[in-house]
Design a protein around this ligand. Sequence first.
Ligand code: CA
Length: 234
Amino acid sequence: MSENTYNILLVEDEDSIRKFIKVNLQREKFNVLEASSGEEGLDKVMAEKVDVVVLDIMLPGIDGFKVCETLRKEYPYIGIIMLTARSQDMDKIMGLEYGADDYMIKPFNPMELVLRIKSLLRRMDKKVTDNGIVESKPFKLDVYSRKLYKNDEEIVLTPTEYSLLKIFIQNPGKAFKRDDLMNMVWGYNFFGDSKIVDVNVRRIRTKIEEDPSQPSYIETVWGTGYRWHINSEV
Ligand code: CA
């Protein structure tokens, strides 16, 4: 699993288009995964941590619409940019029916796609300020250097602890299921037990809580998982 780069999955059956997009994304330091059918695309999403899917509509087997619908239902936190023909109904693509985040009409300039992906990633990280800081008092998370500060003192985290904490801090008050946290941090090809989430939460608590046995930042949601507290000061 790559810790520092975003994983972009290209689902496109035409090799030449896929390769062309891939080269342009790699130049921007994105990690690129490829699939030439909808089925293969869904398999990849299940097996890897994917941040954004660039999804062609015209595919052999299940089409891009069906893939988009499935992604929205099963993996709501993955960004989706659809590649469409001019004749397709954009409102339907962006609307509730399929729920893509953005679309590009073929043929398109690959640099434009790069910009759309970056802008989508920024929207997905919408609580991050321009200088890369997410604040939840007394914490500051620097997403560029991947460092955590409590009252301006650094707290050293492992990459896994950082990934978990980032999800919490960016979603105050949202209850996450253990299984969802496991998939978001470790990826879908991780066959371990969701107890690994508990183990990491316990470690983070010893680092950030005043009293780890009475946690006030990462709250336990009984029977479900965990949530970051809502701080009325922020
Ligand atoms: Ca196609």
